[in-house]
Design a protein around this ligand. Structure first.
Ligand code: FCB
Length: 482
């Protein structure tokens, strides 16, 4: 198409043969059946039932009722044509109190899921921990105590032995930053504590749990491909001012380097250790040999990316306003004297997250340049929008299609730049329980009518199916002549 002064060209960008297309979910967000077949309570059951913790008092008690609708959801995955499905196992289904013998009925559910995936030629990608810690372990100190990492290792052994013959790709933890800093620091997530020293201790014990799980997986499942999924961000300073540059470094230290450095370099970043030196217990929980356990070789890295981030030092919020930014009311890093900025005019999702796909490319390139050349999977990427079922019974989520198209194209840019990206998983297959936002935010490529549990593939589902089928993404560029 050509208009006066500018032209739009469509490019087809093919992905390498064998590129893995997938979609992702997490146990507490979709399963429901909170007390079925011997499942014990998790920290998210407790937290979501606490008045004021989750929007509208929503809980995961029923969620998408995936526990009872699994075969329908498997059929949706088959129709979508994905090569892989990323799901998580609920620890309290497998060990209702977080320790002791396995609950066979809980394992049977995941056995049926894995078999159903294999029947459809879909590779199970199993996350061992997506935030639903058994409540009794929290009562005993949760991730702030070392014992929880030991308990995790036992749980991993049970799952690996039960499902290892049919699961090759294993993710130890999903986003340990959220578990530690949102769970114990800002209190936005379960267990809802506001204690920076505990958040730092949780950060370390989660990574220790990850490290302890690696040899267990390798011995139970010799062919296992083992990785960890981190939520990483591309933090830019709002100006060149040295205070803002330093603020961006602190944000980067907390979100990215506190995880990437121990996993890939066997050490914690000095600036962060110094920053949290007076927080108790903080990183004083580190014991000799821990970093060796944490930094064992992996087979891949999982990266979750949603939005870019621009930050300034909190003392410079007024200057940032004068420079035309909005200063975000919610702080991601309460203890870092950092303020997050919003760029006026930039599109945002229903989460208020700015949309900028180039942040994903920059992040992937940086990981390759600074940390690892291991295969990378984008294990989550997607967007919430204010979807609705129109009078014709369709959900025309063209904004989600545009988001996915731009971000998949950004992955392609990274591959072009030589980054070893081997797969991409859309978050999420289904609309689901979006943590502190309850059911008010829809991320699915399948609409879920929560009162009835009915599923309805959205426009983005059909678009993603075609993308998978063609193993390529269409991308439009506009060249203006002024
Ligand atoms: C990630 C979580 C995932 C989902 C998306 C939107 O941080 O891993 O469960 O909530 O955000």
């Amino acid at each position: 198409m050509s208009t006066s002064g500018s032209s739009i060209t469509n490019h087809t960008r093919p992905f390498p043969p064998g590129f893995l297309w997938g979609t992702a979910t997490a146990s507490y967000q979709i399963e429901g059946a909170a007390t079925a077949d011997g499942r014990g309570p998790s920290i998210w059951d407790t937290f979501s039932h606490r008045p004021g913790a989750v929007w509208n008092g929503d809980t995961g008690d029923v969620a998408c009722d995936h526990y009872h609708r699994m075969s329908q959801d498997l059929d949706l995955l088959g129709e979508l044509g994905v090569g892989a499905y990323r799901f998580s196992v609920a620890w309290p289904r497998v060990q209702p109190t977080g320790q002791g013998p396995a609950n066979q009925r809980g394992l049977d559910f995941y056995r049926r899921l894995v078999d159903g995936l294999r029947d459809r030629n879909i590779e199970p990608t199993l996350t061992l921990y997506h935030w639903d810690l058994p409540q009794p372990l929290e009562d005993a100190g949760g991730w702030c105590v070392r014992d929880t990492a030991e308990r995790f290792a036992e749980y991993v052994d049970i799952v690996a032995r039960a499902l290892g013959d049919d699961v090759e790709r294993w993710i130890t933890l999903n986003e340990p930053w959220c578990s530690s800093w949102l769970g114990y620091g800002t209190g936005r997530h379960a267990p809802g504590l506001h204690d920076i020293g505990k958040a730092a201790a949780a950060n370390h014990h989660l990574l220790l749990a990850h490290g302890m799980a690696i040899p267990i997986l390798r011995s139970a499942v010799p062919s296992a491909k083992v990785g960890i999924t981190l939520n990483l961000g591309d933090h830019r300073p709002g100006s060149k001012h040295e205070l803002d540059v330093a603020a961006a470094q602190r944000a980067d230290g907390n979100l990215n380097r506190l995880f990437l450095e121990p996993v890939f370099r066997g050490r914690y970043p000095e600036d962060m250790l110094a920053h949290y030196a007076t927080s108790k217990p903080g990183f004083s929980v580190i014991q000799d040999g821990d970093l060796k356990i944490i930094s064992q070789p992996l087979d891949f890295l999982g990266v979750n990316y949603y939005f870019p981030s621009t930050v300034v030092d909190e003392s410079r919020a007024t200057e940032a306003r004068l420079a035309g930014y909005f200063v975000a009311p919610n702080e991601q890093f309460p203890d870092l004297r950092v303020r997050s900025l919003e760029t006026p005019g930039r599109d945002k999702t229903a989460m208020d997250w700015e949309i900028e796909a180039s942040g994903l490319t920059a992040l992937l390139v940086r990981i390759r340049d600074e940390y690892t050349t291991l295969p990378i999977y984008v294990t989550e990427n997607g967007a919430a929008f204010d979807d609705y079922v129109d009078p014709n019974g369709r959900v025309l989520d063209n904004n989600r299609v545009a988001y996915l198209q731009e971000h998949i194209s950004a992955v392609h840019d990274a591959i072009d730049a030589g980054v070893n990206v081997q797969g991409y998983f859309v978050w999420s297959l289904l609309d689901n329980f979006e943590w502190a936002f309850g059911y008010s935010r829809r991320f699915g490529i399948v609409w879920v009518d929560f009162p009835t549990g009915e599923r309805l593939p959205k426009e983005s589902f059909h678009w993603y199916r075609d993308t998978i089928h063609s193993n390529s993404v269409e991308y439009a560029t506009s060249v203006g002549s002024g």
